[in-house]
Design a protein around this ligand. Structure first.
Ligand SMILES: [Zn+2]
Ligand SMILES: [Zn+2]
Length: 375
Protein backbone atom coordinates (compact mmCIF):
# COMPACT_ATOMS: atom_id res chain seq x y z
CA UNK A 1 0.00 0.00 0.00
CA UNK A 2 1.33 3.45 -0.87
CA UNK A 3 2.19 5.63 2.07
CA UNK A 4 0.53 9.01 1.54
CA UNK A 5 1.15 11.73 4.07
CA UNK A 6 -1.48 14.31 4.88
CA UNK A 7 1.04 16.99 3.89
CA UNK A 8 1.12 15.46 0.37
CA UNK A 9 -2.60 15.93 -0.02
CA UNK A 10 -3.25 19.46 1.21
CA UNK A 11 -1.22 22.36 2.46
CA UNK A 12 -2.57 22.82 5.99
CA UNK A 13 -3.99 26.23 6.86
CA UNK A 14 -2.92 28.01 10.06
CA UNK A 15 -6.21 26.93 11.61
CA UNK A 16 -5.64 23.35 10.56
CA UNK A 17 -2.13 23.47 12.01
CA UNK A 18 -3.54 24.64 15.35
CA UNK A 19 -6.04 21.81 15.33
CA UNK A 20 -3.31 19.35 14.34
CA UNK A 21 -1.82 19.76 17.82
CA UNK A 22 -4.58 17.58 19.23
CA UNK A 23 -5.75 14.05 18.56
CA UNK A 24 -9.39 13.09 18.25
CA UNK A 25 -11.49 10.00 17.77
CA UNK A 26 -14.36 9.77 15.34
CA UNK A 27 -17.15 7.21 15.39
CA UNK A 28 -18.20 5.29 12.30
CA UNK A 29 -21.95 4.88 12.94
CA UNK A 30 -22.11 1.84 10.64
CA UNK A 31 -19.39 -0.36 12.18
CA UNK A 32 -19.51 1.17 15.64
CA UNK A 33 -15.70 1.51 15.49
CA UNK A 34 -13.74 4.56 16.55
CA UNK A 35 -10.68 5.77 14.63
CA UNK A 36 -7.96 7.95 16.09
CA UNK A 37 -6.81 10.94 14.06
CA UNK A 38 -3.34 12.21 14.96
CA UNK A 39 -2.23 14.57 12.17
CA UNK A 40 0.83 15.67 14.14
CA UNK A 41 2.38 12.25 13.56
CA UNK A 42 3.04 13.09 9.89
CA UNK A 43 5.88 15.30 11.15
CA UNK A 44 7.76 12.47 12.83
CA UNK A 45 11.12 11.36 11.43
CA UNK A 46 11.12 8.41 9.08
CA UNK A 47 14.36 6.53 8.54
CA UNK A 48 12.98 4.20 5.95
CA UNK A 49 13.00 5.13 2.29
CA UNK A 50 9.40 4.84 1.21
CA UNK A 51 8.39 1.78 -0.83
CA UNK A 52 11.76 0.09 -0.23
CA UNK A 53 13.09 -1.85 2.72
CA UNK A 54 16.37 0.10 2.78
CA UNK A 55 17.27 2.44 5.60
CA UNK A 56 18.42 6.04 5.31
CA UNK A 57 21.90 6.33 6.74
CA UNK A 58 22.13 10.12 6.98
CA UNK A 59 19.55 10.46 9.75
CA UNK A 60 20.93 10.86 13.29
CA UNK A 61 19.27 8.25 15.50
CA UNK A 62 17.50 9.91 18.45
CA UNK A 63 17.54 6.64 20.43
CA UNK A 64 21.31 6.02 20.36
CA UNK A 65 23.43 6.67 23.45
CA UNK A 66 24.64 10.28 23.44
CA UNK A 67 21.50 11.57 21.69
CA UNK A 68 19.25 11.57 24.78
CA UNK A 69 18.55 15.30 24.36
CA UNK A 70 16.78 14.50 21.07
CA UNK A 71 13.91 12.91 23.01
CA UNK A 72 11.78 14.25 25.87
CA UNK A 73 13.25 13.43 29.33
CA UNK A 74 12.89 9.79 30.42
CA UNK A 75 9.92 8.81 32.59
CA UNK A 76 11.54 5.40 33.36
CA UNK A 77 15.13 4.33 33.08
CA UNK A 78 17.16 1.41 34.40
CA UNK A 79 20.70 0.29 34.03
CA UNK A 80 22.06 -3.24 34.14
CA UNK A 81 25.37 -3.27 36.04
CA UNK A 82 28.17 -4.14 33.65
CA UNK A 83 29.13 -7.16 35.75
CA UNK A 84 25.70 -8.68 35.16
CA UNK A 85 25.79 -8.23 31.42
CA UNK A 86 26.87 -10.79 28.92
CA UNK A 87 27.79 -8.24 26.27
CA UNK A 88 29.28 -4.91 27.22
CA UNK A 89 31.86 -4.16 24.56
CA UNK A 90 31.57 -1.30 22.07
CA UNK A 91 28.97 0.52 24.10
CA UNK A 92 30.29 3.91 23.09
CA UNK A 93 32.03 6.72 24.93
CA UNK A 94 32.40 6.57 28.70
CA UNK A 95 30.60 9.87 29.40
CA UNK A 96 27.18 8.50 28.54
CA UNK A 97 24.01 8.69 30.55
CA UNK A 98 23.77 5.43 32.48
CA UNK A 99 20.88 3.42 31.08
CA UNK A 100 20.16 0.08 29.46
CA UNK A 101 16.44 0.64 28.79
CA UNK A 102 14.73 4.03 28.92
CA UNK A 103 11.12 5.07 28.41
CA UNK A 104 10.34 8.50 26.99
CA UNK A 105 7.12 10.25 26.00
CA UNK A 106 6.58 10.00 22.25
CA UNK A 107 7.59 13.29 20.62
CA UNK A 108 4.84 12.78 18.03
CA UNK A 109 2.03 11.19 20.08
CA UNK A 110 -0.99 9.46 18.58
CA UNK A 111 -3.00 10.56 21.62
CA UNK A 112 -2.57 13.57 23.87
CA UNK A 113 -1.47 13.32 27.45
CA UNK A 114 -4.47 12.88 29.70
CA UNK A 115 -3.66 16.06 31.63
CA UNK A 116 -3.10 18.22 28.54
CA UNK A 117 -6.59 18.46 27.12
CA UNK A 118 -6.74 22.20 26.51
CA UNK A 119 -5.91 21.94 22.80
CA UNK A 120 -8.23 19.01 22.16
CA UNK A 121 -11.22 19.61 19.87
CA UNK A 122 -14.52 19.79 21.66
CA UNK A 123 -17.02 16.96 21.40
CA UNK A 124 -19.28 17.16 18.40
CA UNK A 125 -22.85 16.45 19.45
CA UNK A 126 -23.99 15.33 15.97
CA UNK A 127 -25.49 11.83 15.78
CA UNK A 128 -23.98 11.21 12.36
CA UNK A 129 -20.58 12.84 12.86
CA UNK A 130 -19.57 12.06 16.41
CA UNK A 131 -16.09 12.95 17.51
CA UNK A 132 -14.32 13.31 20.81
CA UNK A 133 -10.97 14.36 22.09
CA UNK A 134 -8.83 11.31 22.77
CA UNK A 135 -6.40 11.43 25.65
CA UNK A 136 -4.14 9.05 27.52
CA UNK A 137 -0.44 8.64 26.85
CA UNK A 138 2.01 7.54 24.18
CA UNK A 139 5.48 6.40 25.19
CA UNK A 140 8.49 4.83 23.51
CA UNK A 141 10.48 2.10 25.21
CA UNK A 142 14.05 2.44 23.89
CA UNK A 143 15.39 -1.06 24.29
CA UNK A 144 19.14 -0.49 24.16
CA UNK A 145 21.64 2.36 23.98
CA UNK A 146 23.20 0.48 21.08
CA UNK A 147 21.76 0.66 17.57
CA UNK A 148 20.17 -2.78 17.24
CA UNK A 149 17.21 -3.62 15.03
CA UNK A 150 15.60 -6.72 16.51
CA UNK A 151 14.97 -7.92 20.02
CA UNK A 152 17.02 -11.04 19.29
CA UNK A 153 20.21 -8.97 18.98
CA UNK A 154 19.94 -8.09 22.67
CA UNK A 155 20.90 -10.33 25.57
CA UNK A 156 18.39 -11.92 27.92
CA UNK A 157 19.12 -9.52 30.81
CA UNK A 158 18.25 -6.59 28.53
CA UNK A 159 15.08 -8.29 27.26
CA UNK A 160 13.98 -8.98 30.83
CA UNK A 161 14.49 -5.30 31.63
CA UNK A 162 12.34 -4.32 28.63
CA UNK A 163 9.50 -6.46 30.01
CA UNK A 164 10.00 -4.88 33.44
CA UNK A 165 9.55 -1.50 31.75
CA UNK A 166 6.28 -2.71 30.17
CA UNK A 167 5.09 -3.93 33.57
CA UNK A 168 5.96 -0.71 35.39
CA UNK A 169 4.50 1.61 32.79
CA UNK A 170 1.25 -0.37 32.51
CA UNK A 171 1.01 -0.22 36.31
CA UNK A 172 1.51 3.53 36.08
CA UNK A 173 -1.28 4.02 33.54
CA UNK A 174 -3.60 1.64 35.37
CA UNK A 175 -3.59 4.19 38.19
CA UNK A 176 -4.10 7.26 35.99
CA UNK A 177 -7.68 8.48 36.32
CA UNK A 178 -9.57 8.26 33.03
CA UNK A 179 -7.35 5.65 31.36
CA UNK A 180 -9.51 2.79 30.07
CA UNK A 181 -7.16 0.81 27.88
CA UNK A 182 -3.39 0.23 27.55
CA UNK A 183 -1.67 -1.31 24.55
CA UNK A 184 2.01 -2.29 24.38
CA UNK A 185 3.34 -3.23 20.97
CA UNK A 186 6.48 -3.54 18.91
CA UNK A 187 7.04 -2.91 15.21
CA UNK A 188 10.22 -4.24 13.60
CA UNK A 189 10.83 -3.36 9.94
CA UNK A 190 9.08 -1.03 7.54
CA UNK A 191 6.34 -3.47 6.58
CA UNK A 192 5.55 -3.93 10.27
CA UNK A 193 4.99 -0.18 10.64
CA UNK A 194 8.33 0.95 12.10
CA UNK A 195 9.57 4.44 11.24
CA UNK A 196 12.85 4.17 13.16
CA UNK A 197 15.09 1.12 12.94
CA UNK A 198 16.62 1.36 16.47
CA UNK A 199 15.00 -1.43 18.49
CA UNK A 200 12.08 0.04 20.45
CA UNK A 201 8.51 -0.69 21.55
CA UNK A 202 5.61 1.61 22.28
CA UNK A 203 2.83 2.02 24.79
CA UNK A 204 -0.43 3.78 24.02
CA UNK A 205 -3.00 4.43 26.74
CA UNK A 206 -6.45 5.73 25.82
CA UNK A 207 -9.56 6.93 27.57
CA UNK A 208 -11.75 4.46 25.64
CA UNK A 209 -11.71 0.73 24.93
CA UNK A 210 -11.49 -0.20 21.22
CA UNK A 211 -14.48 -2.21 20.04
CA UNK A 212 -12.54 -5.38 19.06
CA UNK A 213 -11.00 -5.44 22.56
CA UNK A 214 -14.43 -4.94 24.11
CA UNK A 215 -15.69 -7.93 22.08
CA UNK A 216 -12.89 -10.15 23.47
CA UNK A 217 -13.73 -9.02 26.99
CA UNK A 218 -17.41 -9.75 26.39
CA UNK A 219 -16.76 -13.24 24.97
CA UNK A 220 -14.47 -14.15 27.87
CA UNK A 221 -17.05 -12.86 30.36
CA UNK A 222 -19.77 -14.95 28.71
CA UNK A 223 -17.63 -18.10 28.90
CA UNK A 224 -16.92 -17.50 32.58
CA UNK A 225 -20.62 -16.92 33.25
CA UNK A 226 -21.64 -20.11 31.39
CA UNK A 227 -18.94 -22.49 32.62
CA UNK A 228 -17.38 -20.91 35.68
CA UNK A 229 -13.99 -21.20 33.96
CA UNK A 230 -11.57 -18.81 32.27
CA UNK A 231 -11.80 -19.22 28.49
CA UNK A 232 -8.02 -18.87 27.99
CA UNK A 233 -7.21 -21.37 30.78
CA UNK A 234 -9.66 -23.82 29.14
CA UNK A 235 -8.08 -23.33 25.71
CA UNK A 236 -4.55 -23.72 27.14
CA UNK A 237 -5.56 -26.99 28.84
CA UNK A 238 -7.10 -28.28 25.60
CA UNK A 239 -4.06 -27.24 23.53
CA UNK A 240 -1.68 -29.02 25.91
CA UNK A 241 -3.77 -32.15 25.54
CA UNK A 242 -3.99 -31.92 21.73
CA UNK A 243 -0.28 -30.92 21.43
CA UNK A 244 -0.43 -30.20 17.67
CA UNK A 245 -0.56 -26.41 17.99
CA UNK A 246 1.85 -26.11 20.92
CA UNK A 247 5.14 -24.48 19.92
CA UNK A 248 6.86 -24.58 23.32
CA UNK A 249 5.95 -24.85 26.97
CA UNK A 250 7.83 -24.57 30.24
CA UNK A 251 6.68 -24.62 33.85
CA UNK A 252 5.27 -21.11 33.62
CA UNK A 253 4.56 -20.10 30.03
CA UNK A 254 3.09 -21.65 26.89
CA UNK A 255 3.43 -20.62 23.23
CA UNK A 256 0.83 -21.87 20.76
CA UNK A 257 -0.38 -21.13 17.24
CA UNK A 258 -4.07 -20.34 17.85
CA UNK A 259 -6.68 -22.66 16.31
CA UNK A 260 -8.41 -19.81 14.42
CA UNK A 261 -5.30 -17.69 13.87
CA UNK A 262 -5.99 -14.66 11.68
CA UNK A 263 -2.38 -14.29 10.52
CA UNK A 264 0.21 -16.76 9.20
CA UNK A 265 2.72 -18.00 11.78
CA UNK A 266 1.12 -16.01 14.60
CA UNK A 267 2.30 -17.28 18.00
CA UNK A 268 0.41 -16.55 21.21
CA UNK A 269 2.26 -16.57 24.54
CA UNK A 270 0.53 -16.63 27.93
CA UNK A 271 0.97 -17.98 31.44
CA UNK A 272 -0.23 -21.48 32.36
CA UNK A 273 -1.52 -20.05 35.62
CA UNK A 274 -4.61 -17.86 35.42
CA UNK A 275 -3.52 -14.24 35.41
CA UNK A 276 -5.74 -11.36 34.31
CA UNK A 277 -3.10 -8.66 34.21
CA UNK A 278 0.37 -8.87 32.68
CA UNK A 279 1.46 -6.10 35.05
CA UNK A 280 0.75 -8.35 38.06
CA UNK A 281 3.32 -10.97 37.00
CA UNK A 282 6.10 -11.64 39.51
CA UNK A 283 9.79 -11.31 38.61
CA UNK A 284 10.30 -15.00 37.87
CA UNK A 285 7.17 -15.23 35.72
CA UNK A 286 8.21 -12.10 33.86
CA UNK A 287 11.62 -13.61 33.16
CA UNK A 288 9.96 -16.75 31.75
CA UNK A 289 7.73 -14.62 29.52
CA UNK A 290 10.61 -12.51 28.17
CA UNK A 291 12.67 -15.66 27.56
CA UNK A 292 9.81 -17.31 25.66
CA UNK A 293 9.21 -14.21 23.52
CA UNK A 294 12.92 -14.11 22.69
CA UNK A 295 12.89 -17.80 21.72
CA UNK A 296 9.79 -17.46 19.54
CA UNK A 297 11.23 -14.49 17.63
CA UNK A 298 14.52 -16.37 17.22
CA UNK A 299 12.65 -19.26 15.58
CA UNK A 300 10.58 -16.95 13.37
CA UNK A 301 13.79 -15.25 12.22
CA UNK A 302 15.36 -18.64 11.60
CA UNK A 303 12.46 -19.51 9.28
CA UNK A 304 12.38 -16.07 7.68
CA UNK A 305 15.74 -14.31 8.09
CA UNK A 306 15.39 -10.54 8.51
CA UNK A 307 11.61 -10.76 8.74
CA UNK A 308 9.55 -7.75 9.72
CA UNK A 309 7.41 -8.60 12.73
CA UNK A 310 5.10 -7.21 15.37
CA UNK A 311 4.03 -8.19 18.80
CA UNK A 312 1.07 -6.89 20.77
CA UNK A 313 0.59 -7.34 24.50
CA UNK A 314 -2.98 -7.64 25.76
CA UNK A 315 -3.66 -7.09 29.45
CA UNK A 316 -7.00 -6.57 31.19
CA UNK A 317 -8.08 -3.07 30.19
CA UNK A 318 -8.07 -0.85 33.30
CA UNK A 319 -11.49 0.46 32.27
CA UNK A 320 -13.35 -2.84 32.48
CA UNK A 321 -15.08 -4.05 35.59
CA UNK A 322 -14.45 -7.79 35.74
CA UNK A 323 -15.74 -9.15 39.06
CA UNK A 324 -15.79 -12.72 37.72
CA UNK A 325 -12.06 -12.48 36.81
CA UNK A 326 -12.70 -13.68 33.26
CA UNK A 327 -9.84 -11.93 31.45
CA UNK A 328 -6.43 -13.61 31.00
CA UNK A 329 -3.47 -11.68 29.55
CA UNK A 330 -1.56 -12.75 26.40
CA UNK A 331 0.93 -11.55 23.81
CA UNK A 332 0.66 -12.19 20.06
CA UNK A 333 3.85 -12.33 17.96
CA UNK A 334 3.57 -12.43 14.18
CA UNK A 335 5.90 -12.04 11.19
CA UNK A 336 4.61 -9.80 8.38
CA UNK A 337 4.17 -12.33 5.62
CA UNK A 338 1.00 -11.14 3.92
CA UNK A 339 -0.60 -7.85 3.00
CA UNK A 340 -4.12 -7.05 4.06
CA UNK A 341 -5.87 -7.01 0.66
CA UNK A 342 -9.28 -6.25 -0.80
CA UNK A 343 -11.30 -9.13 0.64
CA UNK A 344 -9.88 -8.63 4.12
CA UNK A 345 -10.53 -4.87 4.05
CA UNK A 346 -13.99 -5.42 2.61
CA UNK A 347 -15.14 -8.20 4.90
CA UNK A 348 -13.03 -7.82 8.01
CA UNK A 349 -12.33 -11.56 7.58
CA UNK A 350 -8.67 -12.56 7.18
CA UNK A 351 -7.47 -15.21 4.75
CA UNK A 352 -4.62 -17.13 6.36
CA UNK A 353 -2.54 -19.28 3.96
CA UNK A 354 -0.82 -21.30 6.71
CA UNK A 355 -2.66 -23.68 9.01
CA UNK A 356 -1.66 -23.16 12.65
CA UNK A 357 -0.84 -26.89 12.97
CA UNK A 358 1.77 -26.51 10.18
CA UNK A 359 3.10 -23.28 11.65
CA UNK A 360 3.54 -24.90 15.06
CA UNK A 361 5.28 -27.94 13.53
CA UNK A 362 7.78 -25.68 11.68
CA UNK A 363 8.51 -23.68 14.83
CA UNK A 364 8.90 -26.85 16.93
CA UNK A 365 11.44 -28.08 14.38
CA UNK A 366 13.41 -24.86 14.86
CA UNK A 367 13.30 -25.20 18.63
CA UNK A 368 14.59 -28.77 18.39
CA UNK A 369 17.42 -27.86 16.02
CA UNK A 370 18.52 -24.72 17.79
CA UNK A 371 20.13 -24.34 21.13
CA UNK A 372 20.24 -20.56 21.67
CA UNK A 373 23.75 -19.72 22.83
CA UNK A 374 22.50 -17.29 25.44
CA UNK A 375 20.56 -19.89 27.42
ZN1 LIG B 1 20.13 4.22 17.24
ZN1 LIG C 1 -7.16 -17.91 32.83
Amino acid sequence: MDIIKQSDLVKPSANAKRQAAASETRLDPFSGQWSIFAPQRTERPDEFVEHRPTIKTDVACPFCRGNESETPPAVWSKHIPETARLFSADDGPADYEDWSVRVVPNKFPAVDSIDETSTAPSTRPSALFQSNAVTGGHEVIVESPRHFHSLTELDIAEIDLIFQAYRDRIRHYRNVAGVQYVSVFKNVGRTAGASLSHSHSQLIATDRIPQPVASVVENMGRHRANTGCCLRCDVVRAERKAKERVVACDETVIATCPFASQLPMLVRVTTLKHQACFEDLGDRELESVSRMVYRVITWLEQLRPGTAYNYCLHTKPPGIVDPSDSFHWYIDIFPRMSQVAGFEWGSGCMINPILPEEAAASLRKCSASRNPRRF
